[in-house]
Write a protein that binds this ligand. Structure first.
Ligand code: HEM
Length: 267
């Protein structure tokens, strides 16, 4: 697949993934019974989760309302935004598959880079401990004040986008990019990893420097094509706010309660 990559510029690389599409098709044919089995198991797990929620309705009970409760309200007859039970299952599955590994990777890389750069770790930790000093615990109300930690996460997403080759997309019309003709319905993948490391865009791209995002309007919301860890356009990741809140909470909690240092053999 690497050989087939058309380098449209050093950063915007669209790969001709046809051979891999063929491979995936073949693999999925080969593994069809396994995939069907897996699908059945996942469906049973989702049924169990839904039954459990229906049996212990959060309304009027001690249990706190969660996402499944909210989705199930939309499955009640008469709801203007009615969701079928299949829709409910699809949303839960999307969140499980789209949200867990990606957010965990963002947190892992932020932690790993902070360990490699102790001065960054110290600054992030000082900030978290200052902001939550007189509070009971880490709460979202303080997140607005965690400017440096936000920069750490942004920098980790620049260097280590959890979906480095994003999701394959097909263009609806033929077009030309940097002199390369791309046919209609041509499949392409955008290499977010290469964009984040492109020295034409990012000065000195290799070191981990959260400060590059200080007073820098570049954001991950899909409007700055030099920085697209969550994608862009109408299929941009719908979980941006949630994932940022998740990763902030996790990192802030770790930094607040624990001290970290690399063991001697890794220094
Ligand atoms: C740091 C965490 C995350 C990163 C880096 C990330 C990144 C991405 C990227 C690059 C895409 C493809 C966008 C495109 O092709 O333009 C995507 C799609 C998606 N993400 Fe995320 N994501 C994260 C967290 C989440 C969370 C927490 C959820 C759900 C709660 C989620 C749900 C989805 C879904 C459902 C899609 C498919 C959207 C569509 O095709 O219409 N993601 N994500």
């Amino acid at each position: 697949m690497i050989k087939k990559t058309l380098a449209l510029s050093s950063s915007f690389a669209i790969a001709n993934i046809y051979p891999s599409v063929k491979l995936f098709r073949r693999l999925s044919r080969l593994m069809k019974p396994d995939v069907e089995k897996l699908h059945k198991v996942l469906d049973e797990i989702l049924d169990e989760i839904i039954d459990e929620h229906r049996m212990t309705d959060s309304r009027g009970s001690e249990r706190r309302e969660d996402l499944v409760d909210v989705l199930l309200k939309h499955n009640e007859p008469g709801n203007v935004n009615f969701l079928t039970i299949e829709n409910v299952k699809a949303v839960i599955t999307d969140m499980l598959f789209g949200g867990i590994d990606t957010s965990a990777l963002a947190a892992d890389w932020s932690m790993a880079e902070m360990m490699r750069y102790p001065e960054v770790l110290k600054e992030a930790q000082d900030e978290v401990r200052r902001v939550f000093k007189d509070k009971d615990g880490i709460d979202e109300a303080g997140f607005d004040q965690l400017d440096y930690l936000k920069m750490v996460i942004k920098e980790a997403l620049r260097m280590h986008p959890p979906l480095p080759l994003m999701l394959p997309r097909a263009n609806s019309e033929a077009c030309e990019i940097n002199g390369y003709k791309v046919l209609a319905n041509g499949w392409g993948i955008v290499n977010a990893w290469a964009i984040g490391r492109d020295p034409k865009i990012w000065e000195d791209p290799d070191p981990f420097k959260p400060e590059r995002f200080r007073d820098n309007a570049v954001d991950y919301k899909g409007l700055n094509f030099e920085y697209i860890p969550f994608g862009a356009g109408r299929r941009i990741c719908p979980g941006i706010s949630m994932s940022f809140a998740l990763v902030m909470r996790l990192l802030a909690t770790l930094l607040y309660h624990f001290d970290f240092a690399l063991s001697r053999e890794y220094r």
